[in-house]
Ligand binder design. Sequence first.
Ligand code: CP3
Length: 342
Amino acid sequence: MLKNDLFLRVAKGEATERPPVWLMRQAGRILPQYRAIRNSLSGFKELVERPELAAEVTIQPVDELGVDAAIIFSDILVIPEAMGLPYEMVEKKGPRFPKTIESAKDIEQLLVGDAAAEELQYVYEALKITKKELDGRVPLIGFAGAPFTIFCYMIEGQGSKTFSKAKKLMYQEPELAHLLLQKITDTTLAYLKKKVAAGADLIQLFDSWAGVLRPADFRAFSLPYMARIAEGLSSSVPVTIFAKGAWHSMSQMAATSASVLGCTWTQNPKQLREELGQHQVLQGLLDPCALYADPKTIEAQATQMLKDFGPHHIANLGHGVYPDTPLDNVKVFVDTVKNFRY
Ligand SMILES: Cc1c2[nH]c(c1CCC(=O)O)Cc1[nH]c(c(CCC(=O)O)c1C)Cc1[nH]c(c(CCC(=O)O)c1C)Cc1[nH]c(c(C)c1CCC(=O)O)C2
């Protein structure tokens, strides 16, 4: 039994007296407790792969910030690794894949579905430990990258401003692109079902690079795969789709089995309500940079956001919190939401 189920109630469509609040990337470098553990290890991957430690840093923001949900400490890149493309996390640079997808043969050789999901026992173990240690204090969010975002990393081997290599495959060999997307989708769904079995109360899909696609391509190469995953999970847990930059396709996302749609600071809450109605559950959307402002400005921006959305909203930022954000400012944001009443 959950002692604080505010987040889940809102995700499932209930109107509550205040919105729940959590932050994307809340488990991470904003917390001195996280940095202490992280600095004692060989690197980021070690933390991801040691379930006891992953559970510990997952719970840190619940203790320190009083957020209404925990999100399991992990990374979206465990999926390409389980399929046969290991990642490295290079300090101050980000992820790198020594091996990438360059041909049909590479796609054929990937491990897919349950067989690949079986490789990620350390994630399921981390969820089980976290669940036990949380002891029902707040719900636990599980997540994965959306197939299109994982497709980008598997082809490019690192981040990119344009993802033009990934898009080149879409334009030159669309069938091959769809084949790879399908394999990622099958693996991700198998993985997320195991995450739910291990204790995840809600699943969020991160389509971090959706914004590089034109609307028609988003609807052809990204949305159908997220829709399939949402459909495959929706009978067991609510699903959140966060497709950053795909502001043009909000109503198409609303038409999937997903319960919650993430939004970002370049969108307008009032317009979203006009387009999607008062009852669509929305999550987000404060500019993470607003947390560099003084406490009064943070409070004013957060309050305005809550008023503009009204109920059926989960307070969050429009993307992950930046590592150099002053912790006190993060607390101002969280406390503003917790003291708010509709
Ligand atoms: C694109 C993406 C990745 N990972 C993720 C995404 C989707 C969300 C987004 O758009 O940001 C998802 C992710 N990564 C991490 C979480 C943890 C849970 C949480 O939100 O608190 C989540 C949900 C931990 C992490 N993942 C990473 C860190 C920082 C690593 C460290 O501690 O040194 C954390 C806490 C590393 C990471 N992982 C990734 C990148 C590009 C980087 C490097 C950038 C950076 O250093 O911030 C890939």
